[in-house]
Design a protein around this ligand. Structure first.
Ligand code: SF4
Length: 466
C-alpha cells in the first residue's frame, strides 16, 4: 500500500438527529421533512437560538455572537433547522465540550460568525467594498448584470432562505444589519423581471443566463417557473442555471410536489428546445451533505435537468485543507450526484479578512486536490477579480507576494470599459489579506492605508450608508 497525502474512503451520508437539540426534541420526521415547518422554524435571532440549543452553551458564546451582530456582521442571522442541525452533528448541547465544538465547527464559522472569529488588526482590507465585484455598476437593466460577452446574471430577488456570513452580495441581499444598510431595487419585481426578458430578447449575443439572487428558492415557484419559461422562448438562450444554496440549506423545498412537478415541466420544455437547465448550489463543508440533500439533488436530476453542480467558497477554518475539500467533493459526488465545479476565493467584502485566503494558499489547494477526483469532477479554484471576472488561480500574470498584490488581465470588454482602448492591455489588481504578508509588506500597507484615510480615497470600509 503506497502512503498518500489523502486517503479516500467512501463515507455513508448521515442526517444528524435533530432530537439531540432540546428545542427540537419532540419534532417528528414528518415535520422535519416539511418545507413549511422548516421555513416556520428558521432561527433568526439569539433568543430563538437559545430556545433550540437550551442551556448547554456557555454564555460567553452568546455574548460573542451578540457583539458580532452589533459591530461586524454584514448579514443578518437566518438558519433553517436543516442547516443548524448540521452544526456539531455528533454532540448534544448537554455533552461536555459542546461550546468548544461549536466554536470550532466549520458550518458555524460561516453561518453563525462571532466577534472573536474576526481579525482585529485588519478586519477589512483597505480595498474591500460592499459590491466588491461591481455587479450593480454592470446592470444592463436593474438586477441584470452583463459582465461577460455571452452570459448574464439575473438577480431575480434579494432574499434567501439562509444567510451566509461571507455573502459576496451583502450589498443587496438580506435584511439590514447594524453596520450595513442594503441596496434596494427601485423597480417592482414583475417590472424588473419583465425588463430582463426584454433586454435578453434584444441581445441575442447572450446564450447563458444564471438565475440567481438571493436564492431562487425564495421566489414563489409559479413566478420562477414563468420566468424560466420566458427564458425558454428566447431563441439565443442555450444554458439556464438556477442558483440555490437551499438545495443544501432547505432540501425539503426542492422535494415538494409543486417544485418537482414544475421542474419536470421546465425540463421537458428545455429538452424540446435543446436548452440545458442546471441547478447550481453552494456547499462548503462535507457535513452539510446529508441524505435529505442527496435526495433533493437526485430528485432534481430525475426531473430531466442537465446537472446539479456545486460552487463552494474557500474559507479559512471551514474548508482550507486538502482533506476538507476532498471529503466534501467525494460526499457531493458519491451519493448526492452533485458535480464539484468551482471553489471561489472569498471576495473582498468588508469584515471578511479572517475568512479570506491568500492567492498562494488557493494555488496550493488546487495543486493538492488534483488527481484524486475524476477529471470531470475536479473543481477549479477561482479568483473573481474585480472588473475582470472569474480567473483560475494560476492565471495571474504577476504576483507580488511581499505586498500581496496579484495582477490579472482580461480578454473581453464589459459595458463599463466599452470605450477603454487599453482595457485588454491593462492589469487589474487583487489583494491578499494583509496579516499574511511579511512584516515589510504589512508596514507598506499601514503607510498606504493611513494615506488613503487622509485622502479619503479608500472605498468605505464601514458600510452603513447615509
Ligand atoms: S445563499 Fe448565496 S446569496 Fe444567499 S446569503 Fe448565502 S451566499 Fe449570499
Amino acid at each position: 500500500m503506497i502512503e498518500q497525502p489523502y486517503v479516500y474512503r467512501h463515507s455513508e451520508l448521515v442526517e444528524p438527529d435533530w432530537r439531540r437539540l432540546p428545542g427540537w426534541a419532540a419534532v417528528t420526521a414528518a415535520d422535519w421533512e416539511s418545507a413549511q415547518w422548516q421555513r416556520a422554524h428558521c432561527v433568526k435571532n439569539i433568543r430563538q437560538l437559545r430556545a433550540v440549543l437550551g442551556d448547554g452553551v456557555d454564555e460567553a458564546f452568546y455574548s460573542d455572537l451578540e457583539r458580532d451582530q452589533a459591530e461586524r456582521a454584514t448579514m443578518s442571522m437566518l438558519l433553517p433547522p436543516q442547516m443548524l442541525n448540521t452544526i456539531v452533528p455528533r454532540k448534544a448541547p448537554s455533552d461536555p465540550g459542546f461550546t468548544e465544538a461549536l466554536y470550532a465547527d466549520p458550518v458555524r464559522r460561516y453561518m453563525l460568525p462571532v466577534f472573536s472569529d474576526r481579525r482585529t488588526d485588519w478586519p477589512s482590507h483597505p480595498y474591500s467594498s460592499r459590491d466588491s465585484l461591481h455587479e450593480a455598476e454592470m446592470w444592463a437593466v436593474e438586477g441584470l448584470t452583463h459582465r461577460y460577452p455571452t452570459k448574464v446574471l439575473a438577480e431575480v430577488l434579494p432574499t434567501c432562505p439562509q444567510y451566509c456570513g461571507h455573502c459576496t452580495r451583502m450589498d443587496l441581499v438580506g435584511n439590514p444589519t447594524p453596520v450595513v444598510e442594503k441596496l434596494k431595487f427601485a423597480l417592482a419585481r414583475d417590472e424588473r423581471l419583465g425588463a430582463m426578458i426584454t433586454y435578453l430578447r434584444a441581445n441575442p449575443g447572450v446564450r447563458d443566463v444564471v438565475v440567481s439572487g438571493g436564492d431562487v428558492a425564495n421566489l414563489p415557484w409559479p413566478r420562477l417557473e414563468a420566468f424560466v419559461s420566458d427564458l425558454l422562448t428566447i431563441e439565443s438562450v442555450r444554458d439556464i442555471r438556477l442558483a440555490t444554496k437551499a438545495l443544501m440549506g432547505l432540501p425539503q423545498y426542492w422535494l415538494t410536489d409543486e417544485v418537482r412537478a414544475g421542474m419536470e415541466r421546465l425540463a421537458a420544455k428545455a429538452l424540446e428546445r435543446d436548452v440545458s437547465i442546471a441547478i447550481h448550489t453552494h456547499v462548503n463543508a462535507a457535513q452539510s451533505v446529508t441524505p435529505l440533500v442527496a435526495k433533493a439533488a437526485k430528485a432534481m436530476l430525475a426531473t430531466g435537468i442537465r446537472d446539479v453542480r456545486n460552487q463552494g467558497v474557500l474559507l479559512r477554518g471551514v474548508n482550507n485543507s486538502t482533506e476538507a475539500l476532498l471529503d466534501l467533493c467525494f460526499a457531493l459526488l458519491d451519493d448526492a450526484k452533485i458535480m464539484p465545479y468551482y471553489f471561489y476565493m472569498c471576495d473582498m467584502i468588508p469584515n471578511a479578512e479572517h475568512w479570506r485566503l491568500g492567492l498562494s494558499e488557493a494555488q496550493y489547494l488546487q495543486h493538492q486536490i488534483m488527481g484524486y477526483l475524476p477529471g470531470f469532477a475536479t473543481p477549479r479554484m477561482l479568483c473573481d477579480v474585480p472588473y475582470v471576472g472569474k480567473r483560475w488561480v494560476h492565471q495571474a500574470s504577476r504576483y507580488d507576494t511581499d505586498h500581496g498584490i496579484s495582477y490579472w488581465t482580461k480578454n473581453y470588454r464589459t459595458a463599463v470599459d466599452a470605450d477603454d482602448q487599453l482595457a485588454l492591455a491593462r492589469e487589474f489588481e487583487y489583494y491578499d489579506p494583509i496579516y499574511l504578508l511579511p512584516e515589510s509588506g504589512q508596514e507598506w500597507w499601514r503607510t498606504k492605508s493611513a494615506e488613503m484615510a487622509k485622502a479619503d480615497a479608500a472605498p468605505a470600509v464601514l458600510v452603513r450608508s447615509a
